[in-house]
Design a protein around this ligand. Sequence first.
Ligand code: PFF
Length: 452
Amino acid sequence: MKNDRAQFVTKTGVIAATVGSAVGLGNIWRFPFEAGVHGGGAFLILYVICVLLIGVPVVVAEFVLGRGTHANAKGAISQLVPGTWMRWMPLLGVLASVLILGFYSVVAGWILAYLYMAVTGMMSGHTPQEYGTMFGEFVSNPWLSTMCTILFLLINYTVLRRGVQKGIEKIANILMPLLFLILVVFCVNSLLMDGAGKGISFLFNPDFSKITPSVVVGAMGQAFFSLSVGLGCLLTYASYFNDKTPLVKNAFTIGALDTLVAILAGVMIFPAVFSFGMSAEAGPKLVFEILPSIFQHLPMPILWSSAFFILLFFASLTSTISMSETCIACFVEELKMSRKKATMLNTAICIVLGVLCSLSFGVMSSFTICGKTLFDLFDFVSSSILLPVGGIFFSLFVGWVVDKKFLDDQLTSNGEGKMSNWVKMPMMFCIRFVAPISIVLIFLVGLGILSF
Ligand code: PFF
């Protein structure tokens, strides 16, 4: 199994693919308004603490399992503790992947539609109110939004069908540098606008009075979602690393680049929002209602709006590819399917869930479970329950169950690299204690079982 398994061929491919998984709508769409509304710099400090003490250690744990076994998430655990109940745990991650794909591809479908409207000039020349109406009408139109969701999933399919090297690695190598380039151009443009300072202080000025237990829960959830940890996705990507890939170094690189992109996204958005006197607290609608009207005030609005939606499209595609790969690897290796069939099965499941989620903005908006539409329910169950449960499992498993030699071999890349005790000891302390205990505490607070 080890030898004929696919691998990423280049070092940049490894970073591009893993950072591509992490950098997505979570950074560009969700982080800026979460930070803006929840205390700016204070939220950022909390977020960075969660990334360093919980996120990166769980990334290392997933990397150790994936690269050490060269198997999909379920296969990895089965290999290490055959025949125990623990081998079933990664299936929760597969469930989380399809649920996230369900709602994520709806938003990605909106992005595709907005990209089309931007490029064809259909988005130009409206009033801010018209952008609001346009968005409302679009998301509640059952045909249009479901078609866009399906189209996005078919694009996702075509990349995945080509496999690990020719599909995933190749597309990540092309899209990630472009994404950074577009983001930096937007940031420079935004910083040059009149009144940019106000936007920067909205984003960075620490307002500690806004930090409540629920904001801490939000910061952890955001860190998990943004780093793609807890569902076995990075485990699956690590199973395509070669034996020399430095795991701890790569985990820190992902944490740093992912946080950098989230901050840059805020720098791109808020100065512009403030200099045009728009509301920064528009939340999720910000990207679809407020930004299009801002682009109209810039020279060459078609160019800016197209570049912006291309950026979002790239970011979402590299992330959905990684979630799908978590399932596909599992279908291929555990159910012995061909890659083609596994990719088709994953796409079919996602189309069904995606269509249901997309209809929850229109004809199915009154269908709720526990007061949540399917879109919100999938988001809640996956991000607030399944990812933290997965995080606890992977950190406890690596911290307490795997044997010492296996762990040391992985941390030192089979003796290729050195692992100083200054890094290893705090890292293992976080994997064994800090990450699982804090996740449990934050989780209980989030579910309202514990309160301060
Ligand atoms: N990290 C992605 C984002 O920030 O948009 C979302 C994501 C990708 C979550 C892959 C989970 C995952 F396995």
